[in-house]
Design a protein around this ligand. Structure first.
Ligand SMILES: Nc1ncnc2c1ncn2[C@@H]1O[C@H](COP(=O)(O)OP(=O)(O)OP(=O)(O)O)[C@@H](O)[C@H]1O
Ligand SMILES: [Mg+2]
Length: 249
């Protein structure tokens, strides 16, 4: 092929890669000196555009740490994370915050709801920080809360909600901003089987768009069917990648 054309194609592929997330050689340790514990030991992972990737592995294997590094909440010690063509390490703290606000949704394992805000206000936060008016943000949050079965608890404070209800508020908060990359840490841990199944279906539907992707950390084998690929993590490394049901269609 004409060399100039070939170079242009490489540039184009660089600008529009097939993957939405790429982690290469990511390492992370906690602590200092001889109490230092390596938690991520050189993780390589790519998530394609339009992909729903499930991340499974034993407790303590580094799944939450990996999600936090991908989200830019924790800094990797070494290696790179690229999302939508942007290398997160190159960002200043303010740029990271802005990038998260504009492109990322995160369902935290511990929910992290704000205790003084109602369910509807909590779910509205991603829109409020983007500058959407309170009235519109809360109205949109209420709509999403209804879709996760929380329409009857819109004005409740988190302390008045059960674990599963808090988890659904956290899910609504992650979905409301229609993030390009949705990171979900054990999103069904507090939900009954039927609710969990329905909600992960909703998460999948939201993420199955060409310019989006979803990573779901889970122990729950009942939701494995929602993954395009299942990635096994063990002792800080990605060991095995298994094609999900879609690969066989
Ligand atoms: N802030 C921290 N300081 C020190 N050690 C930490 C910290 N966060 C996590 N670790 C340690 O890192 C290891 C991996 O933790 P991580 O939370 O990523 O595991 P996980 O795979 O998400 O586990 P689980 O399935 O139980 O949620 C654990 O041994 C944990 O004790
Ligand atoms: Mg975890």
């Amino acid at each position: 092929m004409d060399k100039r054309l070939d170079q242009n194609i490489q540039v184009l592929e660089g600008e529009f890669p097939q993957w939405l997330v790429r982690a290469t050689g990511v390492t992370k340790a906690f602590g200092e000196g001889h109490t230092k514990i390596p938690v991520l030991k050189g993780v390589d992972l790519e998530v394609a555009r339009g992909e729903v990737l499930l991340l499974v592995g034993p407790s303590g294997s580094g799944k939450t740490t990996l999600l936090s590094v991908i989200a830019g909440i924790l800094d990797a010690d070494d290696g790179d994370v690229t999302i939508l063509g942007e290398t997160i390490r190159d960002f200043s703290p303010a740029e990271k915050t802005r990038f998260r606000r504009d492109h990322l949704g995160f369902i935290f394992q511990q929910y992290h709801l704000l205790p003084t805000l109602t369910a509807a206000e909590n779910a509205a936060v991603p829109l409020l920080i983007r500058g959407v008016s309170k009235q519109e943000a809360v109205a949109r949050a209420e709509e999403v809360l209804r879709t996760v079965g929380m329409g009857g608890r819109l004005a409740a404070l988190p302390t008045k909600l059960s674990g599963g209800e808090q988890q659904r508020v956290a899910i609504a908060r992650a979905l409301v901003g229609e993030p390009q990359l949705l990171l979900c840490d054990e999103p069904t841990a507090s939900l009954d089987a039927e609710t969990g199944h329905r909600i992960v279906g909703q998460i999948r539907e939201n993420g199955k768009k060409p310019d989006r992707a979803v990573i779901i950390v889970t122990h729950d084998s009942r939701i494995f069917e929602f993954g395009d690929r299942i990635v096994h993590m063990d002792d800080g490394q990605v060991h095995q990648i298994q094609q999900g049901p879609e690969a066989f269609n």
